[in-house]
Design a protein around this ligand. Structure first.
Ligand code: AMP
Length: 283
């Protein structure tokens, strides 16, 4: 695996591969890799000849500076996992390499409307602007044919899809289904921070999502949402939202429309850890 730390070097290397007609799939991450990330690498492998992974903890997408400072750094272990999956290229830049002229000079000005304001956007102001900024910047450096991202962050995926359309970027976005731990909890680097006494409760989120899907044909939207919130609270979680939404616009659904795709989105606190998850209810 080739490791690059400098933007100009990774860019010229990738460009030389593109000039030789090699297909490239790119997997952006913030490190502290786990099985969810490994599924993205596998999907990338199946799509292209060369897989490029980036590990960059992007300061501009953190609304809480403490969260940014404490983001886990497990570079050695991450490298080992990527080597084991035969990842071809790893890009691990410092902040100055990604934003050499200062981050304010790389801000994007695209109108995303409610897509960035709802759900995670409402709870983490500025998060999606920072996320779009870094994805665009990384794609400028690594103009891959495929960009591989996880459905774990459903809203992020929807926003990147729209951004690629709006900016007319010639990269194809590939979404990878959520990887879960044995009990159904979606894999996340945050899971290690869950208090072991509370950990058995964490799978309630998955149970609520499955129940919502099962009940979709027989219950109203309001009944499904109310039941999920009650279940979460009864199992010691503190839900921020559990909502059935339109799969493209992410606007809340009130009535059932047969033509509409539906996703359940959830965010809930378990002790000091905030967990997000989702499930496609209907395509
Ligand atoms: P992160 O390092 O948390 O920024 O995540 C990097 C990528 O991995 C994003 O595209 C995430 O959606 C994806 N990802 C994280 N956890 C999972 C998971 N459990 N299943 C599938 N994809 C995931």
């Amino acid at each position: 695996m080739f490791i690059f730390r400098q933007s100009d070097q990774v860019h010229s290397y990738i460009q030389s591969l593109i000039n030789r007609n090699r297909t490239i799939a790119f997997v952006p991450t913030m490190g502290a890799l786990h099985e969810g990330h490994m599924a993205l690498i596998e999907q990338a492998k199946s799509k292209a000849e060369i897989v490029v992974c980036s590990i960059f903890v992007n300061p501009t997408q953190f609304n809480d500076p403490k969260d940014y400072r404490h983001y886990p750094n497990r570079a050695m272990e991450d490298k080992r996992m990527l080597e084991a999956k035969n990842c071809d290229v790893l890009f691990m830049p410092e902040v100055e390499e990604v934003y050499p002229r200062g981050e304010e000079n790389y801000r994007l000005n695209i109108e995303m409307g409610s897509l960035v304001r709802l759900w995670e956007g409402a709870h983490r102001p500025g998060h999606f602007a920072g996320m779009m900024q870094v994805v665009k910047r990384l794609l400028d450096l690594i103009p891959a044919e495929f960009l591989v991202m996880g459905q774990k962050d459903y809203q992020q995926l929807a926003i990147v899809r729209r951004m690629i359309e709006e900016l007319d970027i010639s990269t194809e976005l590939v979404g990878v289904p959520i990887v879960r731990e044995k009990d159904g909890l979606a894999s996340s680097s945050r899971n290690l921070r869950i208090d072991p006494d509370l950990r058995p409760q964490a799978n309630t989120i998955y149970h609520c999502l499955k129940l919502a899907k099962k009940n979709w044909p027989v219950k109203t939207v309001q009944e499904i949402e109310r039941e999920a919130v009650e279940n979460l609270v009864n199992h010691g979680l503190r839900p921020e939202y559990f909502s059935l939404v339109n799969g493209t616009t992410l606007e809340p659904i009130h009535e059932k429309d047969p033509a509409e795709s539906v996703v359940a989105l959830v965010a809930a606190w378990l002790g000091k850890v905030r967990l997000i998850d989702n499930m496609i209810i209907k395509n």
